[in-house]
Design a binder for this molecule. Structure first.
Ligand SMILES: Cc1cc2nc3c(=O)[nH]c(=O)nc-3n(C[C@H](O)[C@H](O)[C@H](O)COP(=O)(O)O)c2cc1C
Length: 328
């Protein structure tokens, strides 16, 4: 009651907004500082750093006119691999297997170029002697021939996109996890910065928890709430390498989520994004509820489910290209 009265005093609102903004931005800053990849080391952060360097070496192997490369990077990667191993239970981890295979390919690359006298080659090949049992993965570079993808890339994409609409009611049939996983497998093909793949998807299959998520988020007005299958998309700040990457997670989550929604649509599954505009405190509460690791941020919620035979939706008219496109 008192809160409501105070809220109505004209000069209170801008002050309250300022205080709130300061609080939320401080939280973002401190969260980033505490969790980005150069904060106190953890297995996950080392893993992301391994992915980053591995990808950089892969790019070196894709160079058309390569010279000796990666001299300091292989040193760094070997050190990271050793640090990573110290946490134990690593042999099948993606980050680790990827790194070992990148070093294997690096050595092979040097061999084909007959650069085997190079110090970095010797270092890598010596290091790899103890890793012959680690499973193989396609890394390095390959030749992409236009004719190999042309056939697959000729779908009527704009027609497909035009057929997707946000829907806010779904069939009462619960989402089959197999269908969801299939769509996620497709979304995994999304690009990510330095191939670090920092996105996670949580399917809140527990109806009580799902209701709590829906009640906590702000954008679920007008939804047939009982029909929603709730997904929470997060990103891991552990993957972010420097302050310039402070918004990297949001962007990567956007790319991933859009592909996920399109993949769902291609499988006859509807969806609607629901913005996560909650306070840091509410975010922490939801993370606790869903057992989401502390280094992750919630990017967006996706309400999903099989399409109803008919449903009424807003037109959501689009701006024209003249409103969007600028030539400079
Ligand atoms: C990041 C994002 C957040 C959104 N949040 C909400 C939301 O909270 N509630 C809602 O009903 N729709 C939400 N939407 C859906 C938009 O209203 C919808 O995408 C837009 O009107 C375009 O319509 P269409 O998706 O049918 O093409 C969101 C969409 C995006 C991309």
């Amino acid at each position: 009651m008192i809160k409501q009265i105070i809220k109505k005093i004209p000069f209170i609102k801008p002050i309250a907004t300022k205080v709130k903004a300061h609080h939320e931005y401080s939280y973002d800053k401190n969260f980033f500082k505490k969790n980005y990849s150069h904060s106190s080391p953890t297995k996950a952060k080392i893993g992301y750093n391994m992915l980053l360097i591995s990808h950089s070496l892969e790019k070196g192997m894709s160079n058309k006119n390569p010279r000796h490369f990666g001299v300091t990077k292989v040193d760094e990667l070997i050190k990271l691999i050793r640090d990573y191993e110290s946490y134990g239970n690593y042999e099948n981890d993606f980050d680790f297997v990827n790194a070992i295979n990148v070093l294997r390919n690096y050595a092979r690359f040097y061999e084909t170029k007959k650069w085997t006298d190079a110090k970095e080659y010797k270092k890598v090949s010596d290091f790899l002697k103890n890793y012959s049992k680690i499973k193989k993965m396609n890394v390095g570079s390959f030749v992409l021939a236009k004719k190999d993808f042309e056939k697959d890339a000729t779908i009527d994409y704009s027609r497909f996109l035009a057929s997707r609409h946000s829907v806010r009611e779904f069939s009462t049939k619960r989402l089959d996890e197999k269908d969801l996983k299939k769509a996620i497998e497709t979304a995994i093909l999304s690009p990510s910065a330095c191939n670090r793949q920092m996105i996670k998807v949580y399917y809140v299959s527990d109806s009580i928890k799902s209701k709590k998520v829906i009640d906590a988020a702000q954008g679920f007005g007008g939804f047939e709430k009982d029909t929603i299958n709730t997904l929470v998309v997060t990103f891991d700040i552990n993957a972010n390498y420097f302050i310039g990457e402070r918004n990297q997670g949001w962007f990567n989550a956007g790319l991933f989520s859009m592909n996920l929604v399109n993949a769902l649509h291609s499988q006859g599954i509807g969806s609607c994004f629901c913005q996560f505009g909650n306070s840091a405190k509410q975010e922490e509460k939801l993370k606790k509820l869903l057992d989401i690791p502390s280094s992750e941020r919630i990017a967006v919620i996706i309400a999903t489910g099989y399409y109803c035979d008919r449903c009424t939706i807003p037109y959501s008219p689009r701006k024209s290209i003249d409103d969007i496109y600028r030539k400079r």
